[in-house]
Write a protein that binds this ligand. Structure first.
Ligand SMILES: Cc1cc2nc3c(=O)[nH]c(=O)nc-3n(C[C@H](O)[C@H](O)[C@H](O)COP(=O)(O)OP(=O)(O)OC[C@H]3O[C@@H](n4cnc5c(N)ncnc54)[C@H](O)[C@@H]3O)c2cc1C
Length: 464
């Protein structure tokens, strides 16, 4: 139902019940609040409520449910499919709820659902603590964690969601419940990998680990001609690498913003973004074979503040670009896969386009397979094609480029897809994203949200 059809006084009464602002089209701040990271998304909610706490979220859920309004939830606004924002419904904006409270004694953090990983790391690193978080500092803690949560530390400490102790959740009934191993354990299981299907998380409690303040990290940069050889070596190296090692192989276009020297501007380059998240001297030894293999154009690996590592991809992923993502998981990185990548990646279609891989395994694979709803612990590698551009006239060209590249890789891919990377034209892959957890998740959905109030997500449809 569209909110325009509701009496203005109803909206005004709602605004009186909440502490945060209620914005309607034309209000100052409305356009800013409805803007998300992917500039392809231009949706117009009938109203936006900028919640300041769980009480506002409870009132907003009651309001949307009682008036049968389409409801969306914005954490950090980074979902590529723009699921945070709806047309003609109510958008709950959690951005004001971005407090992070670290308890250094218990090594835990209580994190508001509007916090970004930049907010999280700023507080936790003050005490030399961290947990697995996203590799771009503006990404929301909420959406990333509810979908699994990969980052520089997941091979060492597991997924972001593996590090959760508890979540506060507003349910479809507008009640606030606590989910942990001891309270509502089924809900806790489902919200660690099942996304926003079961309720609105208002805060998260995380375990923290001693990390930094410096870690050994940096980039190895190679010319496109060396790409196949480097990727093959990277595969062998990662097969035996200790869990402290993370490495993102990424193809980028040489550009001045990334500090690439002038002759490389516009050239397709391969970067290995490498981290060793424990003792620095030990890390130098462990990383030696990787650094000595081939002859990189540049090697910037050095002791690096952890917060700097966590912001090191921000430039490439800045807001305002048009984006389209395609990704697959892989059980193995075969020679044929590598050849297909190298055949398709050059020339890259635009300056900020990235095509990158992400090694799983380590602690992610070692965790109890059934501990959470995340179903992809058996996968080795995640590979994502992510063109970025600014001119809307290039939409079809760049989307087709990604689709053709992705289709060429499909024969080598494993089943399943990472739900946090699903595009808006990939609803038919949603079931795959939940793998063998799907039936149990449907049961949970039937129990916690039988009327599918929470449907602006990678939706699990109830069957009741
Ligand atoms: C630049 C960039 C970098 C990324 N890097 C990583 C990475 O390193 N690792 C990784 O695993 N993923 C990464 N992602 C993917 C990311 O995990 C998803 O885009 C995720 O949805 C972002 O969370 P958000 O809170 O910013 O999203 P939003 O767009 O605000 O929300 C997305 C969806 O999450 C759900 N949601 C959000 N908040 C809540 C809540 N409080 N309660 C219930 N449901 C909620 C809703 O369904 C919502 O539609 C990245 C994305 C981008 C754009």
């Amino acid at each position: 139902m569209a909110i325009e059809h509701i009496e203005q006084t109803t909206v005004e009464n709602f605004a009186e019940q909440v502490n945060g602002q209620v914005l309607q089209p034309g209000d100052d701040g409305y356009d800013e609040a409805r803007t998300v990271w992917n500039a392809m998304i231009d949706r117009k909610p009938a109203a936006i409520v900028r919640c300041t706490g769980a009480a506002d979220v409870m009132a907003a859920v009651d309001f949307a449910r009682d008036l049968d309004l389409l409801l969306s939830v914005k954490g950090g606004g980074h979902n590529v499919a723009g699921r945070a924002v709806c047309d003609n419904g109510l958008m709950i904006d959690l951005g004001e709820m971005n407090g992070v409270r670290v308890d250094p004694k218990t090594q835990t953090a209580r994190v508001g659902a509007g916090a970004t990983w930049g907010d999280f790391d700023h507080e936790a690193q003050t005490f030399g603590l961290a947990t697995t978080g996203g590799i771009v500092s503006m990404t929301g803690v909420a959406g990333l964690t509810l979908g699994g949560g990969l980052g520089h530390l997941h091979r060492k400490y597991g997924l972001a969601s593996d590090n959760l102790r508890s979540i506060d959740v507003v349910t479809a009934d507008g009640e606030l419940v606590h989910a942990s191993e001891d309270e509502n354990p089924d809900l806790f299981w489902g919200m660690r990998g099942g996304g926003g299907n079961f309720g609105i998380a208002t805060s998260f409690e995380f375990d923290l680990h001693e990390v930094g303040p410096e870690v050994l990290a940096g980039r190895l940069l190679y010319p496109y001609e060396a790409a196949a050889e480097v990727l093959r070596f990277n595969r062998e190296f990662m097969a035996d690498a200790p869990n402290e090692v993370m490495c993102y192989p990424a193809f980028v276009q040489g550009n001045p913003g990334a500090g690439h020297p002038e002759p490389l501007h516009g050239e397709t380059l391969l970067v290995l973004l490498v981290t060793y998240s424990d003792d620095i001297a030990e890390g130098r030894e462990v990383l030696r074979p990787l650094r000595e293999f081939a002859d990189p154009i540049a090697d910037t690996i050095r002791p690096t503040p952890y917060t700097e590592l966590q912001q090191s991809a921000d430039e490439l992923y800045q807001e305002g670009h048009r984006n389209y993502w395609k990704s697959h998981f892989y059980h193995e990185v075969s020679d044929e896969f590598i050849e297909t990548v190298v055949d398709h990646v050059d020339p890259m279609p635009s300056p900020f386009t990235t095509v990158y891989g992400n090694w799983l395994s380590g602690a992610t694979a070692e965790a109890d397979l059934d501990a959470t709803a995340f179903p992809h612990r058996d996968k080795t590698f995640l590979f994502t094609i992510s063109p970025k551009w600014t001119d809307p006239e290039r939409d079809d060209e760049l989307i087709e480029w990604a689709q053709e590249f992705h289709d060429a890789l499909t024969p080598y891919a494993a089943d399943g897809v990472y739900m946090n990377y699903l595009e808006r034209d990939e609803d038919e892959r949603i079931r795959e994203a939940y793998g063998d957890r799907y039936e149990r998740l449907v049961e949970l959905k039937n129990e916690w949200d039988p009327n599918n109030l929470f449907q602006m997500n990678q939706n699990i449809e109830p069957t009741v």
